[in-house]
Design a protein around this ligand. Structure first.
Ligand SMILES: Nc1ncnc2c1ncn2[C@@H]1O[C@H](COP(=O)(O)OP(=O)(O)OP(=O)(O)O)[C@@H](O)[C@H]1O
Ligand SMILES: [Mg+2]
Length: 229
């Protein structure tokens, strides 16, 4: 297996038999079941605050879909603090920001990964105006193009209460997963971000409780998924 140099765990790849990997597969199945009747292809991953586990959830969910044989594109739409290029040891000389300004085409910027069926579009150079970029028609067109060619598009974003980027992306996508750090997140923040997403008519697919403690276990490395009631 290829060594990953980054500190973020690609647990689905490294340890597919673990409890955590099983939780990501359950998340994938839940999403598939919640969308059997309609077209749910583009999914935004966000959280209220920084460091709740968005990127970890996005990459492992993307791998879970790819391992199930779906063609998946993972997009780093955290244009403020991108990290997906590091996780997959990819270059970030060009990516999403270059596609949006039409400097390059999707084909030129999409990169293969060491995981079958999984491609990434890294952030590209960090722009001065991330929200405007994600609001643009060019971003919408790019998503439409990807939806024609791939089965699932997973989009990592910045924290939703800090900047509007996630809200903007969520309004253009088919669904949103909200990651909540069980140990840190405050109820008020979760309620607020949910309201914000509803305000832009985003479809909240569910909540991932990250870092939740399981009974009889010490390690804080657990992931749970709760469907929206
Ligand atoms: N369940 C977990 N158990 C242990 N460590 C975790 C867990 N989830 C995330 N981490 C670690 O916590 C840190 C933050 O996770 P991650 O980068 O996924 O969060 P984020 O919400 O994307 O952060 P940011 O807002 O900075 O983009 C990383 O170092 C990651 O490896
Ligand atoms: Mg992140």
């Amino acid at each position: 297996m290829r060594q990953l140099t980054h500190k973020y765990p690609l647990i689905m790849d490294i340890n597919p038999k673990s409890f955590i990997a099983e939780s990501y597969r359950a998340l994938r199945t839940n999403i598939e079941f919640s969308s059997f009747d309609d077209d749910l292809k583009s999914i935004v991953i966000t959280s209220a605050k920084p460091q709740e586990g968005k990127t970890t959830t996005a990459v492992n969910m993307a791998v879970a879909f790819a391992q199930a044989g779906k063609s998946v594109v993972l997009i780093d739409a955290d244009l403020r603090k991108p990290s997906i290029h590091n996780i997959f040891s990819k270059h970030n000389r060009g990516g999403l920001s270059n596609i949006i300004v039409k400097q390059y085409r999707v084909n030129e910027m999409i990169q293969e990964t060491h995981i079958d069926n999984l491609w990434v579009i890294t952030s590209g150079p960090v722009p001065p105006n991330p929200s405007e970029m994600l609001s643009s028609n060019n971003f919408t067109e790019m998503l439409d193009e990807l939806k024609e060619r791939y089965s699932v598009i997973i989009i990592d974003t910045p924290p939703a209460l800090t900047v509007t980027d996630a809200q903007i992306a969520a309004a253009k996508c088919d669904g949103v997963i909200l990651v909540v750090n069980a140990g840190k997140a405050k109820r008020d923040s979760v309620v607020k971000v949910k309201e914000q997403l509803e305000h832009v008519k985003a479809r909240l697919l569910g909540v991932v409780l990250n870092n939740a403690k399981r009974k009889k276990r010490n390690k804080q490395e657990e992931y749970y998924y709760e469907s929206r009631a």
